[in-house]
Design a protein around this ligand. Structure first.
Ligand SMILES: *[C@@H]1O[C@H](CO)[C@@H](O)[C@H](O)[C@H]1NC(C)=O
Ligand SMILES: *[C@@H]1O[C@H](CO)[C@@H](O)[C@H](O)[C@H]1NC(C)=O
Ligand SMILES: *[C@@H]1O[C@H](CO)[C@@H](O)[C@H](O)[C@H]1NC(C)=O
Length: 294
């Protein structure tokens, strides 16, 4: 029914070379990323980025980085992709194919990326959506982290709607969860950088963002980047021929929202009305722009 290609975006930034030559690491992760940022425009890419995306900060970072031009997602859903990336194993090994299972219970007691840094003398600090959150998924995998985990709290998110443009003034006192996470990351980095300069442990800081995952909740002012005429419906609405069953995900969360339920979809159907598609896509683009601008 609702199908976002998922591409995990990972950015490593070396912040400082310590005297001991151990580099601090900032690891940023967001999911449900299509190749839909300005940095993917250009002759190396087979598909045109349309509409033109407003993602100036990530584009500048990409221009100074190693940008992987042919990257593929493991499964088009968040928890399996995250488990796979963080353990360095395919979903066939982690046995996480959907939201819920905890890889240590269903796949194996694998060493994760943050855990590996921790085992090698780093202070490993995590916040936001790095592992899939929640109890069944293993409570953000405590063994991976040296410090208590910061999750933030959701504001303006509900099952009422797949998307919501929140008036900017309402966000001043109640920031969206990703902004709380970004603020926490900045404060933590300032604290850890001081420690690092004083010769304490090097750090691995993992900062995970919720958007552009559903529901698409973003400040209303971002609507201006995607005028109605720029948002096009998919030219081919059909499932690829011979697609493996595991690649299809009939988004249960989207199906629970009131706006989708009103269409009486069964999970097999992609026959949502065109207006719905149109606004969903626009809201997705706004979420990408908002998330990647901070
Ligand atoms: C998993 O491995 C960690 C060390 O990496 C160990 O502390 C823990 O006890 C193991 N858990 C199980 C269930 O074997
Ligand atoms: C969701 O809808 C219900 C019923 O209309 C309403 O009471 C509730 O406040 C809504 N929640 C949000 C976050 O908008
Ligand atoms: C969905 O089902 C309800 C109840 O059967 C019906 O009233 C409504 O018109 C249906 N909506 C659509 C979009 O078919």
């Amino acid at each position: 029914m609702y199908r976002t290609s998922l591409l995990v975006l990972v950015i490593f930034i070396s912040l400082a070379r310590l005297c001991s030559s151990r580099t601090n690491v900032l690891f940023l992760i967001a999911d449900d990323m299509r190749p839909q940022i300005g940095a993917y425009e250009g002759k190396h890419f087979p598909a045109v980025v349309s509409p033109k995306m407003h993602t100036p900060s990530i584009d500048v970072l990409a221009s100074r980085s190693l940008l992987l031009e042919r990257s593929y997602c493991q499964l088009a859903i968040c928890a399996p992709s995250r488990s796979s990336l963080l353990t360095g194993r395919r979903p066939d090994t982690t046995r996480v194919y959907e939201i819920g299972p905890y890889f240590r219970e269903v796949g194996g007691n694998f060493t994760t990326l943050p855990q590996y840094f921790k085992m090698n003398g780093y202070l490993s600090v995590g916040m936001g959506k790095v592992f899939h959150p929640g109890e069944p998924s293993g409570w953000d995998d405590p063994v991976s982290w040296s410090d208590p985990y910061f999750s933030g709290k959701t504001n303006f998110e509900s099952f009422n709607s797949t998307w919501s443009a929140v008036p900017d003034e309402l966000l001043i006192d109640n920031p969206l969860i990703d902004e709380q996470i970004a603020n926490q990351a900045i404060a933590t980095m300032q604290r850890l950088a001081t420690d690092a300069r004083s010769g304490k442990q090097p750090f691995f800081l993992a900062v995970g963002f919720r958007k552009p995952h559903l529901p698409f909740v973003f400040p209303e002012s971002f609507l201006k980047y995607y005028p109605v005429s720029t948002v096009k419906l998919p030219s081919n609405p059909y499932i690829p021929v011979n697609m493996p069953d595991a690649a299809w995900f009939d988004y249960p969360r989207a199906q629970k929202t009131r706006d989708v339920r009103a269409f009486n979809v069964t999970g097999e159907s992609i026959q949502l009305c065109q207006i719905f598609w149109h606004f969903s896509k626009k809201a997705y683009y706004c979420s990408v722009s908002w998330r990647l601008i901070l």
